[in-house]
Structures are given as C-alpha cells and as structure tokens.
Design a protein around this ligand. Structure first.
Ligand code: ZN
Ligand code: ZN
Ligand code: ZN
Length: 379
C-alpha cells in the first residue's frame, strides 16, 4: 500500500492543503473521507470501509480545527505507516460502545458545522450515522471538491497509469493463446484473468468476454456460451497495478472469418470514429466535443441508435471517475487528465464491437497509454 505513487510526505501535504482550500472555495466546513480511493489519494493508504467508522475529518482552509483521522482502536495498526505527525493529522481512536460520529464531529470544535461534504462512496450507515449526530448539518458530496485535484494526474500517477496500460496491452497481445472456438466465454475469461495478474496487476478487476450476440451487450460479463468460428468477440479487461492505478482496454476479435457480412464495413466506421475522437483530444477542447466527434461519425453512417453509452470515463485510482466524456460536459480538457475513448456499436441479437484506449492529455495534444492495433483482430 505504501507504494501508492505521489504519496511521499510532501505530495500528500500538498494534496491535503489544496483539498482544504477547495473545500473552503466550495463553501463546505469540512470533508469526511472514509476508506476508499479518496482516502488513498489523500493519505496514501488503501483499505475498505466496514461497519466501524474510519474517517479522515478534514476541516476547510481557515478553520481552527486540526485534520483528524478517526479510527477504531483495533484498526489503528493498519494506519501505522501513514506519517500523520508530519502531515499534521491528529489521530482519534475509539472503541466499541463509543459513538464515533460524535467523536468525528467533536474534532471540529463545539458547534456543529453548517455544511459538510462526504465521500461519494461512503456507506449509507456512516452517512446516516453522521446525520443522526448532526441533524441540522447539510451533507453534500465530496466528489465535486476532490475531482478538482484527482482529475489532473501528476507525473507519478501518470507513470503508474502508463505501467498499467503496458501490462494490459501485453494481455491483449497474447489473446490468441486463450480465445479459441470450442471454449466457453467463462473458460477464456479465467485464463485472461490469470494473465492480467501475471502481467503485473494486483487483481483482475473485470473481464468481459462478449461473443456473438453477447457482444451486443456493452457490460456483458461472461457466460457459458461456447465460442464458435465466425463469432465477433468483444474483450474488455483491466484492473489495478499495485500502485492502485487501473488499466481498462477493449479490443474486438473475430474467430476466423466473420459470419455476418456487415462486420467489416461496420467495424471500419467504429475504427474511424474511435481514432477521430482520440485525435480530437488536446488542451482546451471540451469533453463533450470528444464525445460528439465519435458520435457524429457513427450516426452519419447510420448507427447512431446502436452507440448506447458515453464515449469515455476518467480513470485513476477508480476505474470510472471524472472526467466523463459525454454530451453536456463542457469541461475543457487540461494536461494530465486521463480517460478512456471507447465508442461501440451494438447490434441487438447479432454482434457488437468496441475499441477502447486510455489516453492522457499532454501539453499540446494527446498520448495513448494503449497501443495495440485497432483493427478487428482475426484469431
Ligand atoms: Zn464500462
Ligand atoms: Zn473497458
Ligand atoms: Zn472503460
């Protein structure tokens, strides 16, 4: 866990300071951050939320209160490597029978604050526990505050994303070893999952093998369908490297010659759309423009109604995070933003295709972290 990039003490100090400033700007009195990607970003410590409250209480800039990590005494050892003293973070432990929500609010001083922000993925039992303790305190999401920092990756974060991209590319490069006619999607997926780990991921977070008609369902998982010659197969795979940053890449394969005669021409439209969307990425271009670029090419070819999801999502400590690449998001792209470009065409009951790369906005354009060929790969 201590290998999370950018989590040397000076980087963490900077993240904590900028988060407190962003909280003040957003008009919230404090952030309540439970274990998960936000806490990993702020303190460099992994872990999950359980029924016992662990929570970093981060007062907004200008508050007299000290940042405080509220943690059950029995889980305190798991946070031993967090340099709390150097970070200016107090630690408040509690034991079963005490009210951790009261303890969390008390770290902010006597009166209950007007408005606090809670981690987007905070378990409901903690959200409601905090509410019961301070019924007049408004609760808002911390996501809009933290995304201002997390969207813009620093060099250490980009290095981890690049490592993840190279690892998943190696898995796609070897797909012919596992993806063969006569095997089930589940059998193929089990081999892919093992390869994802063997190539340097901590876990295989997701393995989508959508063969034939299953490829027309974008979030199809895997099934016991036996893959046949002539099938088009969508393979969307990824997971975190030990640093915590994720890979996510899709390629579409065909077993021999495609059975349906419309595959090559339709796939060519998708390939053109994906490339045009990647080429559109540079600082100042809006997220919606990238989406619109892919969508227009697919719609102009007559497949608009078969492209049924956004063009992409940000990626980092979470597989899906800001910035989302979709209509209506007028966020101008900035250097350091990392996201997927993954248009698809899904023909219900027949077949589907998707091409997905993770790209990073550079000072004057774009760099792709996935570099396998975009062609329909015949195996
Ligand atoms: Zn998805
Ligand atoms: Zn994906
Ligand atoms: Zn994706």
């Amino acid at each position: 866990m201590s290998s999370t990039p950018g989590t040397d003490t000076s980087s963490l100090l900077s993240r904590l300071r900028r988060t407190r400033e962003a909280a003040a700007t957003a008009g919230v009195d404090a952030l309540f951050v439970t274990p998960g990607s936000d806490l990993r970003y702020l303190l460099g410590v992994g872990g999950s939320s359980f029924e016992r409250l662990t929570c970093l209480v981060l007062p907004a800039e200008g508050s007299a209160a000290e940042p405080t990590l509220v943690v059950p005494a029995l889980e305190r050892p798991g946070y031993a490597h967090v340099p709390t003293d150097d970070l200016g973070v107090a630690v408040a432990t509690w034991v079963d029978g005490e009210n951790p929500f009261r303890l969390a609010f008390d770290t902010l001083g006597g009166t209950r604050p007007a408005r606090v922000a809670v981690t987007d993925m905070m378990p409901a039992l903690h959200v409601l526990g905090l509410r019961a303790e301070a019924p007049d305190t408004a609760q808002v999401l911390a996501g809009p505050v933290l995304r201002e920092l997390r969207m813009r990756k620093d060099d250490a974060e980009l290095a981890a994303l690049r490592k993840a991209g190279e690892a998943i590319d190696r898995v796609h490069a070897a797909m012919g070893e596992w993806l063969r006619a006569g095997r089930t999607e589940a059998q193929v997926a089990a081999d892919i999952a093992a390869a994802i780990v063997a190539e340097g991921h901590e876990t295989a977070d997701f393995v989508i093998v959508g063969s034939g008609p299953n490829g027309a369902s974008p979030h199809h998982d895997v099934s016991d369908r036996v893959i046949e010659r002539g099938d088009v197969v969508v393979v969307d795979i990824g997971g975190p490297v030990p640093e915590g940053y994720n890979s996510d890449s899709t390629r579409t394969y065909v077993l021999g010659e495609p059975r349906e005669s419309d595959v090559p021409a339709t796939y060519a439209v998708l390939q053109r759309a994906q490339q045009a969307a990647v080429d559109a990425v540079r600082p100042g271009v809006t997220a919606s423009t990238v989406d619109e670029t892919a969508r227009r090419i697919i719609a102009d070819a007559g497949f608009g109604e078969f492209f049924i999801h956004r063009t992409g999502h940000g990626i980092g400590l979470d597989v899906h995070e800001e910035p989302y690449i979709l209509a209506g998001n007028e966020l101008p792209l900035e250097p350091g933003m990392a996201f997927s470009v993954e248009p698809g065409i899904y023909l219900p009951g027949r077949w589907g295709a998707r091409i997905e790369d993770i790209v990073v906005v550079t000072d004057d354009g774009v760099a792709s972290l996935n570099n396998r060929p975009h062609d329909l790969v015949a195996l």
